[in-house]
Structures are given as C-alpha cells and as structure tokens.
Design a binder for this molecule. Structure first.
Ligand code: 6PG
Length: 277
C-alpha cells in the first residue's frame, strides 16, 4: 500500500495508488467507494456524522464510466447499500441530457440505469432551465435541502470522485477561471472545455469540505499533468492542485500509463479496498 505522497498519514494529505490497468483502476475505485460507504454508514449508526444518507459526488468525462459499470455489476450490485447512498454531480456541461457530451447521460448509462439506484437517489443537474446560471442556483437550492445543516457554511460530501484534464482542470473549474475564487456559492456557472461550453459546477470550497476526495486518472495523455500536479511544480494555480480538503483526505487512483511520468511508481492499491468480492 503506497504511503502518502508527502509526510505521515493525516487529514489533508494525499495518497497515490497505481493500478496495472484501467480495469484494475475501476475495481480499486469501486472498492474505495465501498470502504467509504461502510465507514460513513457505521459512523451514522453511532450517531456521528451527518444523518440522512451518504452523499457521493461523481464527475463526468470518460474515466468514471468503467468504475461505475463495475459498481453496477456483481458483486456490488447485490451487496452495496444502494438505498443509503445518494449520487450527485460534481459538474455538468450545458448540453441536452441525451447529448453524447452530457455528463449525466454517462452517469445514467453506466450507473443509474444499470445498477439498482433507487428513484430519488440520483440528483442530476436540472438542464430544463433557461441557462446554466439558473441551473446552478437551482442545484444549490437542491443541495441546501439535502444538507440542511452545514457547519462552516458548506455541505460535506462523504466522497467526491474527480477527474483531471490535461490542462489541470477538475470538475468544471478551469485554469484562470474567476469561479476558482468563489468563496460563498456552493454551485456556480462556469465556462470551459474545448470547445468551450457553459457549465454548472461545485465550487472549490465544497470540494475542499469533502470527507474523502478520490481523483481518477487513466491514460498516457494524463501522464504529464499528473507529474506536474503530484510533484507540486509551482502549480498552486492549477485547479486540481487546489483541491486539498483541510479535514479530508485526497486519494489518487491512477493506472500505469497515467503514472508513466512519475519518478516513483507508487504501489498497487490496498487489497480490494474493502470491496465485497
Ligand atoms: C467534465 C468533467 C471533467 C473531467 C475531466 C477528465 O465535465 O469535463 O467533469 O472534470 O473529469 O475533464 O475527463 P476524462 O475522464 O474524460 O479524461
């Protein structure tokens, strides 16, 4: 099991696990989520932590698909506590829900339609509103109903799964975006991507209030940005490098091609991450 990237294990530290293939990355991510859900469920049963279900925020893009398909299939299909877990979006692109670029289309196909996610446990961004700014406000209102008490002023997701773009963006927080400096709103209208699109995104204070943040990265095209971010090369400005929960922990789950530019090869993920297999 790889140690933290720097220093001893403590909240706010980062851990790196290198998987041998995208398939092993998917299994490691599903196992990590299973472990977090068990940990948080146990805490809730003891009256600790936030009552009312376990909140997981999922990013879009292509990387999460295999992970979510793994979660929707055996053995998770039969054993994961689906009724206790609520799935939210970290961000959405302002395209129709059936557009191939839509993040919620990917989530519906790989998880919601494939796995036994109860009606009401998937919380998509509302794309029926006139524009992304209105949709961001609506999503924030929805989150405020789900997280009625938010000590510190921000919701605390139990797990946030993020990706990273080759430019260092994460969720829909892009380098140089004014949204990176948002300190009050939970959800914001952003612009970004290639070609640029309207976006709806969780803000940095929300990501940095999470109990656990898990970055997933796969493929050669992520090798250089992973090296830059994980080696901390003056990257305070890169959005992915600014995700560092004060009381949470960041885990990087990457495959060997994404890790190919890292000096230390890291280690394979722990056991089965607590998965039910
Ligand atoms: C988005 C995503 C974004 C994604 C990265 C990586 O809407 O673009 O939420 O943050 O995680 O762009 O995307 P891939 O997994 O497709 O490489």
């Amino acid at each position: 099991m790889a140690g933290p990237l720097t220093g001893e294990e403590r909240p706010g530290m980062r851990r790196l696990f290198v998987c041998s293939s995208p398939e092993e990355l998917a299994r490691a991510a599903a196992g990590r989520l299973w472990g977090i859900v068990r940990e948080r469920g146990a805490a809730q049963e003891k009256g600790k932590g936030r009552p009312g279900g376990i909140a997981v925020a999922l990013s879009g893009g292509a990387t999460p698909r295999r992970f979510l398909e793994t979660l929707a299939a055996s053995p998770y299909r039969e054993r994961f506590p689906w009724n206790r877990v609520h799935f939210f979006q970290t961000d959405e692109r302002w395209v129709p829900p059936d557009d191939p670029r839509s993040n919620q289309r990917m989530l519906r196909e790989s998880l919601v339609a494939a796995g036994p996610v109860p009606e009401g446990n998937f919380h998509p961004v509302d794309l029926s509103l006139p524009d992304p700014a209105a949709s961001a406000r609506r999503y924030e209102e929805h989150l405020r109903r789900f997280f009625p008490k938010s000590p510190g002023g921000f919701p605390r997701f139990d797990a946030v799964f993020l990706g990273i773009g080759s430019d260092g963006h994460t969720a829909s927080l892009f380098p140089g975006s004014p949204v990176l400096e948002e300190r009050k709103a939970w959800v914001a209208h952003a612009e970004g991507g290639a070609p640029s699109l309207g976006r709806v995104t969780l803000t940095l204070p929300v990501l940095n209030n999470a109990f656990r943040v898990i970055f997933l990265a796969s493929g050669e095209e992520k090798a250089e940005i992973l090296r830059v971010v994980l080696q901390g090369e003056g990257t305070g400005s890169l959005p992915a490098a600014r995700v560092s929960p004060r009381q949470g922990r960041v885990t990087w789950l990457v495959d060997s091609t994404a890790a190919s530019a890292l000096p230390s090869r890291g280690s394979s993920p722990p056991g089965n991450g607590g998965d039910p297999a």
